[in-house]
Structure formats: C-alpha cells, structure tokens
Design a protein around this ligand. Structure first.
Ligand code: ZN
Length: 298
C-alpha cells in the first residue's frame, strides 16, 4: 500500500507568465482576457484564481456595467490544464469556498475536495456574478473551456468556433459543471457526450447554446456593440433580471442536478484510480487528442 503522505507529490509547475489573466475597463465594459495563448488558454489553478480576482474587481467597480470574458490567441480555451509545464495541483491558500486544503489528503478525498473548490465552486460563484457577463468565443472551446463559456450570461461566437466535451473517453460523465442538458436539449446533450465530437458554432447556435454567430473578423466589434447596448440599462435592473433567470433555472433542477452528477463524476475519478494508473484513466492532453483522432478515422 502506498504511503498516503507521499502519493500526492507532483513536480513544481513552471509558469510561462505572471499574468495568466489581463484586465481592463473601457466605457463601462470590463474585458477579462485569458492569457495563456501558447497553451490555448488551458486553465491551470494560477489562471483560475487570477480569473476570480478579475471578476471580483469588475463586480466591485461601479463604473463596470458589463463583463466580457475572452481568450487571447487562436482559441478561447482548450479546457483544464492536464499537460502543460504550468499544470499545478496546489490551490491558493486563500480559498473561495469553505472547503479545507485538499493537497495533503489521501485517495478520493484529494480530487473531490479540490474540484469542489476550483471547478464546481468557482463556476457557480462566477455564474452568480450580479453583473451581466458575455463570453466571446473563437476557435476551440473544449471541456473545461465550456464551463467558462457556460457560466456567462450570453455567448457570442465566431463561425470558426467549435465545442466539445470528450471526457466520456476517460470514463467520466462530462465536465464538473454539468450544464449540458440545460445548454442543449437532453437528446443532443447525450449525442454531444457519447461521441465527444466537435459541435460547430452553427449547430450550437441552432440548439440555443449561443446568442450570435458572426464572422471571425466581426467577433470583437459585435460582442462589444452588444455589451454597450446592455450597459445602457440600469444596474439593478440587470442584476435582478439575471437573478430571476438563474433562480428559475435552479428551480428547474440545474443546481441540484449538478450536485448529483458531481457525485457520479467523482465515482468515475475514484473508479479510474482503482482500475488504472490515475484518476483520468491514464489520459493526458496529448493522448486524448490522439485517441479522438484514431476514433474519428474508424
Ligand atoms: Zn473532475
């Protein structure tokens, strides 16, 4: 039996930037930019806490009416960081939920506690930000990247954007923020997960997951034009409207459903740990991409 005090030791992350998130405010609109373009904005914990800080700043600033979340470079986000030199397993000392430190915990407790904070907890926190948020999506929006788009109120995508949640390949029923049957109708959500294939922006739009699809060179102008029009509405009106719609979604089961699926998600992580080398079934970013390619060629 392995020594539980040593089984969670990981290599020290090598961060390629001190600024995984860029932030600026212009004319009532806060722009929050994921800034790991070299790694297609893969979300490590360094980025997650920087993102939380940026959202807090935007909420606290009375001049900010609308928040735009976007990604630098070719892609919006390739998902959670499962393979760059900046992949980090330790979270901030200043946690945003009341969960305790996961880092020295054995077995399934490690991942369960970590994901309560950094995936489910953070996403719910951001989804309930009392100001309107818009995701501006180009290129890839994969797995954990979907979570970042889905927590926003509006999603505006370029026509080259694509969406996928391939984690069923790891034996896992979707990413931690299980909004799939709310973002897509249940039958399409099953297809999306069972196949793990890319969904085009056009189809995602037809399914009601996106508000607009525009040409890539129009994406920024269109997103900011919509943000500007929203910024002309009264602050409290926007906040109450957002709360109203989110509340109805929760009455429809979004929150409690997500709690139940989070348990299944962690049964899958634990099962992977029992039957294979690790909680992701032995997959990392590269082997996931290779394996998806092989399947697509069959
Ligand atoms: Zn997970």
């Amino acid at each position: 039996m392995s020594d539980p005090s040593t089984e969670n030791e990981f290599p020290e992350p090598v961060y390629e930037t001190d600024e995984p998130i860029l932030y600026d405010v212009k004319e009532g609109i806060a722009s929050i930019r994921m800034n790991r373009p070299r790694y297609n904005n893969a979300q490590n914990n360094q980025m997650t806490y920087a993102l939380d800080e940026a959202f807090q700043k935007a909420v606290a600033d009375d001049d900010v009416k609308v928040i735009i979340l976007r990604g630098e470079g070719k892609h919006f986000s390739a998902g959670h960081d499962i393979g760059t030199p900046g992949r980090d397993h330790h979270l901030s000392q200043e946690r945003k939920t009341l969960w305790y430190d996961h880092a020295n915990k054995p077995g399934g407790e490690f991942q369960y506690v970590k994901e309560q904070e950094v995936y489910l907890g953070m996403c719910r926190r951001w989804r309930d930000i009392p100001k309107p948020t818009i995701a501006m999506v180009q290129g890839a929006c994969i797995a954990g990247g979907l979570m970042l788009a889905w927590i926003c109120d509006l999603i505006i995508a370029s026509d080259d954007a694509f969406f996928a949640d391939p984690v069923v390949r790891m034996g896992i029923p979707g990413v931690e923020y299980f909004a799939h049957p709310f973002e897509l109708n249940p039958r399409i959500a099953k297809e999306f997960l069972f196949l793990g294939e890319r969904m085009s922006a056009e189809r995602a739009y037809q399914m009601g997951m996106l508000n607009r699809v525009v040409a890539r060179d129009q994406l920024e102008a269109e997103t900011y034009a919509i943000a500007e029009r929203m910024a002309g509405m009264p602050r409290l009106g926007l906040a109450l409207t957002k709360q109203a719609v989110n509340h109805i979604e929760d009455l429809q089961g979004k929150r409690t459903g997500m709690d139940a699926v989070f348990g299944m998600h962690h049964f899958a992580h634990a099962h992977n740990s029992l039957i294979s080398t690790d909680k992701l079934g032995g997959f990392d970013a590269k082997s996931m991409a290779d394996s998806q390619r092989q399947k697509d060629q069959k």
